[in-house]
Design a protein around this ligand. Structure first.
Ligand SMILES: Cc1ncc(COP(=O)(O)O)c(C=O)c1O
Length: 487
């Protein structure tokens, strides 16, 4: 067996518990050998790019479940859906209103379509150091100021489970006769239980993209693109689906989506009833912790937060002297719990309907252990590492269009002295894949410091060509030669 197979086999038999995607949590949904049903578009199995048979039926069933006019299966994740939606809703060079905390696929769509983004910024939740929601009034103001905006794209929920008031935003966007695209990559499970936030699909968004693999029992890369209303041209969506999706869609992935809907239709109600009850109990216990803090529904109504997805366990160690990377490592090394991500001073445990009572209990016990042993130097309310990793997105200084950077002359310089330069590269933590700097933006002193702190705390910075993150490519400044004329 190849080394990768060996490693995966060994890992699947270990006691490491997954608090990360995919949402099937490595449980056996089927005993079928994937090789035995990995086929291509042979007779009787339809064609994803022109579905008229079994795939049409499967997608129509999904559309009915979510309450959409059309639902498309995607086999290269929400990334493909986002590229499709933005490309279909804009023409080359258009202006687009973009929430600055969007995933990098949104920035890739901006680049490919040479769009001019107008950014709106999420609120900032200082007590957790995470982004809040996008306020409808920000959308209104931006649209009133820029009458030539052709589409709006926001992320709701965020990686941390923060949901914006999509319905109000949709009303504002539609009053300008333009479409609202919602990246709901982390919300494919919302429709499955009344106590989860309302899906953007039912809040009048025109295009909604969801990763099934993140929060539902489906294989990695599976996603959905939902279409509603008549603002967005369906032919354009289908044209771009044909461009951004492979011409050889995997039947293993498509069968996994169909199987997921089968499970949800037959047993979903009971499964989600149990899951929600387990999560509510866990949340009640987590409230009792002394040092660690957890996001919960008390954030609703503040910081632009319309709702909170309790399936995301956001554990903040802000003010404790601990870093997110330390907590992440301790959970992994000592407790064999693999979390989804670590940031400066928080970590995220992703749960799904497939999590077992035993798994959740292991997480609770491990966190309780950390909470008990946190060494707080002095008063627990002191400001140890409080705000050290704060970064408010509204400080991004946009100097050039992302697509213009490819035509600029660039030079490589040390990151720690790049303050004031215009970046020709992305810089982001992955996850969540939200740029701290996008090409064309100024590298500020605050960003240099933040990146240094991230690296010192053991987090990996992505986007830079220099994998050691010591150097950055910046736009070369052209100095005009001054010619002094002799009088
Ligand atoms: C908010 C958000 N949108 C889009 C994506 C891309 O999703 P996918 O990995 O399914 O392509 C991600 C991935 O993490 C994400 O966090």
């Amino acid at each position: 067996m190849g080394e990768l197979y060996n490693r995966l086999k060994e890992y699947s038999q270990s006691d490491y518990y997954p608090f990360h995607m995919p949402g099937h949590k490595r449980q056996n949904i089927t005993d079928l050998n994937p090789y035995s049903y990995d086929i291509t578009e042979i007779d009787g199995f339809d064609n994803l790019h022109n579905p008229e048979g079994i795939l049409r039926i499967a997608m129509d069933r999904a559309s009915k479940m979510y309450g959409t006019e059309r639902t498309y299966f995607m086999i290269n994740g929400s990334s493909g859906g986002i590229l499709t939606a933005i490309s279909a809703c804009t023409k080359k060079g258009d202006k687009i209103l973009v929430a600055r905390n969007c995933h990098k696929s949104v920035y890739n769509a901006i680049y490919l379509n040479e769009l001019e983004p107008v950014y709106i910024y999420p609120e900032y939740i200082e007590e957790f150091g995470i982004n809040g929601g996008i306020k409808p009034e920000c959308v209104r103001a931006a649209l009133e100021e820029n009458a030539d905006i052709r589409a709006v794209v926001i992320t709701s929920p965020t990686y941390e489970g923060i949901v914006s008031d999509v319905k109000s935003i949709a009303g504002i966007v539609h009053s300008h006769n333009i479409p609202l695209i919602v990246d709901e990559a982390h919300g494919a499970h919302f429709s499955m239980h009344d106590e989860l936030p309302e899906t953007a699909v039912l809040c009048d968004a025109d295009v909604v993209i969801q990763s099934m693999h993140k929060t539902l029992p489906a294989l990695t890369q599976t996603a959905l693109l939902h279409l509603n209303g008549n603002i967005v041209n369906r032919d354009r969506i289908e044209k771009y689906l044909g461009i951004f999706q492979t011409s050889s869609p995997s039947y293993v992935l498509m069968a996994s989506m169909d199987e997921c809907f089968d499970i949800l239709l037959n047993d979903g109600e009971k499964m989600f009833e149990g899951y929600m009850s387990r999560m509510k109990t866990l949340n009640e216990y987590l409230k009792e912790f002394t040092h660690l803090k957890f996001t919960d529904s008390s954030l609703k109504g503040k910081y632009g937060v319309f709702d909170v997805d309790i399936s995301k366990i956001v554990v903040s160690c802000r003010g404790t002297g601990y870093t997110g990377a330390e907590m992440y490592r301790e959970l992994l090394d000592r407790h064999h719990l693999q979390l989804e991500m670590a940031s400066g001073d928080y970590v995220i445990a992703m749960t799904s309907v497939m999590d077992t009572q035993e798994g959740l209990l292991r997480l609770f016990k491990a966190l309780a252990d950390i909470d008990r042993h946190i060494r707080v130097y002095g008063n627990k309310n002191n400001n140890l590492n409080y705000g050290e990793y704060d970064y408010r997105m509204e400080k991004a200084v946009v100097v050039k269009k992302i697509s213009d950077i490819s035509d600029c002359k660039t030079e490589t310089m040390r990151l720690d002295i790049a303050q004031g330069k215009i970046s020709a590269e992305y810089i982001y933590l992955y996850p969540p894949g939200i740029p701290v700097v996008a090409p064309g933006e100024m590298v500020t002193g605050e960003i240099v410091m933040l990146l240094r702190r991230y690296m010192d705390s053991g987090l990996t910075i992505h986007g830079l060509k220099d994998k050691k993150c010591e150097n950055i490519e910046v736009v070369k400044e052209e100095f005009k030669t001054l010619v002094f004329r002799k009088e």
